[in-house]
Design a protein around this ligand. Structure first.
Ligand code: BES
Ligand code: MN
Ligand code: ZN
Length: 497
């Protein structure tokens, strides 16, 4: 049932069918255009609000069915709270809330006006982004609709604005970001029998249509390069491993690229150190880091970002098998450093070790940011609200904190240091792939740091934020597409000329 919504921008007008959505503040005030659109129905809003004890608090909705003096079937008044406290994130949320009400309708009209006057083009665009993100569903494997589920949206949505051209223009970049988030969510939701490394690489290849240069390394090429840590993880699988490098050249020819690296474990059984059965199905999402990188590259290319950006993803499947790697095995990474594999379930760091080294040495990027559903320990530490951030560069880390607060995809900085680093020294090799019971997210990051050399680097542990994350106004899906909006914002605010 692949259906979509149609979003358009139009001058303010009174609709004659479907649902009409308007905004008010915490004093139940309506804007002048909203009053014009409502006509005599404005008085009804006041009475209904009193009857329903609706105060216009941020995110609250007053629903009026079959409103008198209007031809529409429903009128929804959405509270914006205090106007002077509204941030760009709030417009996303308001869009999401509006979409929640539209769901099931075929026609909807929004009046993008605050009591203080028309929303600005950027605010309208954020509203549109919120609508798109909330409208996302993953139902390609459902052959019949189920009762009680939020219906797949197929509404025609007209957003009434003061300046349709300006809104359309501002929305173009948000549309690109929405496309990136949706792509990332789709990849994460896709089951591992469908999305194995080769298929993932093929889907990343679709970015070529947007002008992205895509290069795929197969197992033979990786063997030649010496990526034995990555290959070791995949050696128990029937599916061959892949590395995909995506390049968007929107900046000056001489500019070093900004680089994003993703963990792409298409399924993580744990390997010989096999996981317990309960919840293992979630490990189809152990490629959320790679999905975010692909989604981000999509967003940057589609909005023609003025930046040179590189995305690199390590794609493997971690399976138990006669050919699988064993605890105690020692692998020689591309960097020449050796790793003793204590636990085959600590596989993400092995994959990233080779990809980080490859990107750092081959492309000398301005910085590297890796994203990985790396440890359960990060969820113990931070829950599902913040991603864990580890960095060797205060400035880059600070910028990510800011972008996180601006987008709502928040990061919390965690420590690194020689005392933690010692915990992964090995009896037999340069290091081991686990550091014991304590500080599990930190010792994982310490291993990664051994492969980034002097490159400014951030590691984001997204095990808590990317999968099974709490439902929000802009996401009802199991996968959130976490990181696409955050990193798009980072690039837009600091790395585009
Ligand atoms: N992919 C998992 C981490 C994970 C767990 C992500 C739950 C999302 C949800 C990772 O490969 C893993 O298995 N980590 C182990 C490391 C341990 C063996 C040192 C963990 O966190 O238990
Ligand atoms: Mn694992
Ligand atoms: Zn994993």
């Amino acid at each position: 049932m692949p259906v979509g919504i149609k979003l358009g921008f139009v001058p303010f007008s009174t609709p004659t069918k479907g649902i009409l959505l308007v905004f008010c503040d915490d004093g139940l005030r309506l804007g002048p255009a909203t009053r014009r659109v409502l006509g005599d129905a404005a008085a009804q809003v006041e009475r209904a609000a009193a009857a329903d004890r609706f105060k216009g608090k941020s995110g609250a909705v007053l629903d009026i069915v079959a409103p008198a003096d209007l031809k529409v079937a429903r009128l929804a008044v959405i509270g914006c709270g205090k106007l002077n406290e509204l941030k760009s994130q709030d417009f996303l949320k308001l869009g999401g809330i509006a979409m929640g009400r539209i769901s099931g309708a075929t026609d909807a009209t929004l009046v993008a006006e605050l009591p203080s006057g028309p929303m600005k083009p950027d605010q309208v665009a954020d509203l549109g982004l919120g609508i798109r993100l909330r409208a996302y569903t993953f139902d390609r494997y459902k052959t019949k609709p189920r009762e009680g589920e939020e219906k797949p949206a197929s509404a025609k949505i007209a957003i009434g604005v003061a300046d349709a051209d300006a809104a359309r223009k501002a929305f173009r970049s948000r549309e690109a970001v929405a496309g990136g988030v949706v792509l990332a969510r789709d990849l994460v939701n896709e089951p591992a029998n469908v999305l194995y490394p080769e298929e993932f690489a093929r889907r990343a290849g679709a970015l070529k249509k947007l002008g992205v240069v895509v290069e795929v390394l197969d197992a033979k090429a990786m063997k030649t390069l010496g990526m034995n840590a990555l290959l070791g993880v995949g050696q128990g699988s029937e599916h061959e491993s892949r590395v995909v490098v995506m390049r968007w050249n929107g900046g000056k020819r001489s500019d070093k690229p900004v680089a994003f690296i993703g963990k792409g474990v298409c399924f993580d059984t744990g390997g010989i150190s096999i996981k317990s059965a309960s919840g293992m199905e979630d490990m189809k999402g152990d490629m959320a880091g790679a999905a975010c990188v692909v989604g981000l590259m999509h967003a940057l290319a589609e909005r023609k970002a003025k930046v040179n950006a590189l995305g690199a993803i390590g794609l493997v499947e971690n399976m138990p098998d006669g050919k699988a790697q064993r605890p105690g095995d020692i692998v020689t990474t591309m960097s020449g450093q050796t790793i003793e594999v204590i636990n085959t379930d600590a596989e993400g760091r092995l994959v990233l070790a080779d990809v980080l080294h490859y990107v750092a040495t081959k492309y000398s990027p301005k910085f590297m940011i890796d994203l990985a559903t790396l440890t359960g320990a990060i969820m113990v530490a931070l829950g599902q609200e913040y991603a864990g951030m580890f960095s060797n560069d205060d400035k880059l880390a600070e910028r990510l904190v800011e972008a996180g607060n601006a987008t709502g995809e928040r990061v919390w900085r965690m420590p690194l240091g020689p005392e933690y680093d010692k915990m992964i020294d090995s009896k037999f090799a340069d290091m081991k792939n686990t550091g014991g019971r304590h500080g599990g997210a930190i010792t994982a990051a310490q291993l990664l740091q051994r492969f980034v050399d002097k490159t400014p680097w951030v590691h984001l542990d997204i095990a808590g934020t990317a999968l099974g994350s709490p439902q929000t106004d802009i996401n009802k899906s199991w996968s959130s597409g976490w990181g696409v909006r955050l990193l798009d914002r980072l690039v837009a605010d600091h790395y585009e000329k």
